[in-house]
Design a binder for this molecule. Structure first.
Ligand code: DAH
Length: 362
């Protein structure tokens, strides 16, 4: 490097200006990010042409070093500013090209997205939970795998009892089983909440070792209800069949959205005394008689009754001091009635089309 022969301008000044001009042209010509990046490496990288300029300062006569350093530094700044500006311009151009793309038609109708649906079992269960919560009931949950004790013995169904044959059971190891009914939660609830009057429902899945057809499934849903209060002899209001009927009427009118006519027939269950079958006026014919109700005008809906003294005892409650009523609602059956579903096996089929009509319930 030497000073220029003619004039005062040192030769390196023209050299820096030339390099800067070459780079400026290259930057202006680069039409994508990769090309820009390459120019940046070639100019400003460790072995880059601009970096090399900076390194040469030591080779100059001392009186030129300051001016040279300033010029080289200025060139470096100018190149990196040009790189940044070009990069912005390219990004801007890309965006503009996307906006200008006339193949995008914002007036086209969009493709519809499918909304999820709530299973009708969940819809009706929620309704039932809402009604009972508003009447002061706890909503409880119990295990599906339970003991022989909770499912049978505690409910006044000892091993020799013929009622066991009515509920064919999936037996597991060591006295465990898949609960055959939500009644298995009754004695658990007395132990949990007993000592004070209480009301509770416990919805859940139950299992029966049965062959299946349009009205039988090995897995279905029930909602158990239990209300316990002090007997009149213990200074309490007592619990009567009248209370039970009242609660059932409230429940059913909430479910069906209108007053529902009900009747009680005697029914036998070892854990209630007296026990009943509660029927509702046929939803199909209004009670006149049709094929759905086999011309009787009534549909069997839920069994219920006053809690048997032996069951109260199993729950740690003295039957002289405490009384209760209970019901076991076939939730699956109720859902089928409410929505006119003809085959119980559809309920747990997992076929998404089954739920589609219930999207509005989200
Ligand atoms: N657990 C009985 C069943 O599944 C139904 C039942 C009957 C429940 C009478 C009750 C009741 O709470 O009082 O067949």
């Amino acid at each position: 490097m030497s000073t220029s022969a003619e004039g005062n301008a040192p030769a390196w000044q023209a050299e820096i200006a030339a390099l800067q001009a070459t780079l400026a042209a290259a930057i202006a010509a680069a039409d994508d990010a990769a090309a820009l990046r390459q120019i940046e490496v070639d100019a400003l990288g460790k072995k880059g042409s601009v970096t090399a300029l900076m390194k040469r300062v030591g080779a100059l006569p001392p009186d030129e070093r300051r001016a040279y350093g300033a010029a080289a530094g200025q060139a470096r700044g100018a190149v990196s500013a040009a790189l940044a500006a070009r990069s912005d311009a390219l990004a801007q151009a890309r965006l503009q090209a996307e906006l200008d793309d006339r193949s995008f038609d914002e007036t086209l109708v969009g493709s519809s997205t499918r909304r999820g649906a709530v299973h009708p079992l969940s819809l009706v269960r929620r309704d039932i939970e809402d009604v009972f919560s508003s009447m002061g009931f706890h909503v409880l949950d119990y295990p599906e795998v339970d003991s022989e004790f909770s499912n049978f013995e505690a409910l006044n169904i000892p091993s020799w009892h013929p009622a066991r044959d009515m509920q064919d059971t999936f037996w597991l190891d060591a006295g465990h089983l898949l609960r055959t009914h939500t009644s298995a939660g009754q004695v658990r609830t007395m132990h949990r909440l007993g000592g004070e009057p209480f009301r509770a429902i416990f919805p859940g899945r139950v299992f029966r070792y049965e062959s299946t057809d349009a009205s039988h499934e090995h897995t279905f849903h029930q909602v158990e209800g239990l209300m316990i209060d002090r007997a009149p002899a213990a200074g309490g209001p007592g619990v009567s069949v009248g209370h039970l009927l009242d609660a059932m009427r409230t429940l059913l009118s909430a479910i069906f959205g209108e007053a529902v006519q009900v009747r009680l027939r005697p029914g036998y269950f070892p854990f209630v005394e007296p026990g009943f079958e509660l029927d509702i006026a046929c939803r199909n014919c209004g009670g006149a008689g049709c094929s759905v109700c086999k011309q009787s005008g009534w549909l069997e809906l839920l069994p219920c009754g006053l809690v048997h003294p032996n069951v109260l005892r199993m729950g740690g409650l003295d039957p002289d001091q405490w009384q209760g009523w209970a019901f076991g609602l076939g939730l699956s059956r109720l859902v089928m009635m409410r929505y006119g579903i003809g085959d119980i096996r559809l309920m747990l089929s997992g076929d998404a089309r089954f739920c589609e009509p219930f999207v509005a319930g989200c």
